[in-house]
Ligand binder design. Structure first.
Ligand code: ADP
Ligand code: ASP
Ligand code: MG
Length: 410
């Protein structure tokens, strides 16, 4: 008997008909002789709606209450899916993250899973029940408070449960057919990948491909849990995210991220300890810095630019002002109209000239590159936000990442 974890995203449980369809799919998996743990997201856009509701009450809601509010979304879906399964004649029980034994640290809004206590789920499975778990949430054993894992966190719930319960596979059901070479909403001609390695998927997800939460891929890689990303609207195979793939393509995909802003501190003294002061201030203020570029020094002064999540831009600007005043540096500039475009591929390690081709192709489209950063399997460029779709499309066609039209008679 195999144990399978199935996670259904917001669109997949977006209305009563979809919930009934999801229940039929779970029932089929269960009747085929598998043990099934199901993880559900909140219905449709209800997490966004709850966030907007809180903002209508106060601009600064307490983090604890925010988590109490947001976890309600997943709680609604879990109960409805369990009811739909009962209506299908399948025994099922729904559990909150806390009831499912998901323990986290105390970071409200971005808690990390620290441990999973598996007994309650195991007992229910042994009783022949399908277990439905509310995604995106857990409980802190220190504070006894309910926590959320961060946006997209139901993916992390699913893969972590798959690891803790030694599942054969973690299936992520979503509103696209799998992982594509670029976001299919931006590049409709992007190609679906049959498989991709954990390393490449981690880079894609961390670079903005929201189809999987990056932390879920990290857990999958650590515990070697194959993740099958597939459509909840049909039964065709999707994309397998797994340890090794048959072939290492030079380039696997392009991700983009429009959630960052760029901060530039001009004219900082080029002396030891200056960067340390600036970034200590950022980390002390809880600002997550991503790319950093320091210019060549002129007359003992230099400019430092870095990117931060756009929602933290204001705070980062204030912290930079404070450090800048101490250091006697020049003005701070905040640019919230940037985007990061990233090219990812494990085969890039052993291939030279990829970066030059990227820069040339963007230049030919008159797209200005503002910042560049690389890893052994990624090249990221910051470009104006207005050019992001053009940049992604350009790289998709440059590296032949489009769907190949089927040959007639082939
Ligand atoms: P769910 O609610 O099921 O978790 P998400 O909206 O979080 O769904 O993730 C699915 C979305 O991810 C797709 O609708 C798609 O627009 C987006 N996406 C971004 N990059 C990619 C990619 N490379 N491949 C597939 N989907 C992607
Ligand atoms: N409902 C949460 C969100 O919208 C978690 C998830 O869907 O994975 O971020
Ligand atoms: Mg998601």
């Amino acid at each position: 008997m195999a144990l399978i974890v199935q996670k259904f995203g917001g669109t997949s449980v977006g209305d009563p008909d979809r919930i009934k369809r999801v229940a039929r799919r779970i029932a089929d998996t269960s009747r085929a002789g598998n043990e099934v743990i199901v993880v559900v997201s909140a219905m449709g856009r209800s997490t966004d709606d709850l966030i907007a509701l809180a903002a209508d009450i106060t601009p600064d809601p307490p983090a604890r209450e925010m988590d109490m509010l947001l976890t309600a979304g997943e709680r609604i879906s879990m109960a409805l899916v369990a009811m739909a399964l009962h209506a299908e004649g399948v025994e099922a029980v729904s559990l909150t993250g806390s009831q499912a034994g998901i323990l986290t640290d105390n970071e409200h809004g971005s808690a990390k899973i620290t441990e999973i206590r598996g007994d309650r789920i195991r007992n229910s499975l042994d009783e022949g029940k399908v277990v439905i778990v509310a995604g995106f949430q857990g409980v802190s054993p220190d504070t006894k408070e309910v926590t959320t894992l961060g946006r997209g966190g139901s993916d992390a719930t699913a893969v972590a449960l798959a690891a803790a319960h030694h599942a054969e596979v973690c299936e992520i059901y979503t509103d696209v057919d799998g992982v594509f070479t670029a976001d299919p909403r931006v590049v409709p001609t992007a190609r679906k990948l049959d498989e991709i390695s954990f390393d490449e998927m981690l880079e894609l997800a961390s670079s903005g491909a929201g189809v999987l939460m990056a932390r879920s891929v990290e857990v999958g890689r650590r515990f070697n849990i194959p993740i099958h990303v597939r459509s909840s609207f049909h039964t065709n195979p999707g994309t397998w995210v797994k340890e090794t793939t048959m072939e290492q393509a030079i380039v696997s995909g392009v991700a983009h991220d429009t959630s960052q802003a760029k901060v530039t501190v001009a004219g900082v003294p080029d002396t030891p300890g200056v960067a340390a002061r600036l970034f200590e201030a950022m980390s002390g203020g809880g600002v997550n810095v991503d790319m950093i570029v320091q210019n060549v020094s002129r007359a003992g002064h230099t400019d430092i630019s870095f990117t931060v999540p756009r929602i933290q831009a204001h705070k980062a600007g204030q912290l930079a002002e404070a450090v800048g005043a101490e250091l006697g540096s020049g003005p701070i500039d905040l640019n919230e109209s940037i985007a990061k475009v990233s090219l990812i591929g494990a085969g890039m390690k052993s291939e030279s000239g990829i970066a030059a081709r990227v820069f040339r192709a963007l230049a030919d489209k008159s797209i200005n590159i503002d910042m560049i950063s690389t890893s052994s399997i990624r090249i990221s460029c910051v470009v104006p936000e207005a050019d992001v779709n053009n940049a992604v499309g350009t790289l998709v066609s440059l590296f032949n990442l489009e769907e190949v039209a089927e040959e007639v008679g082939a």
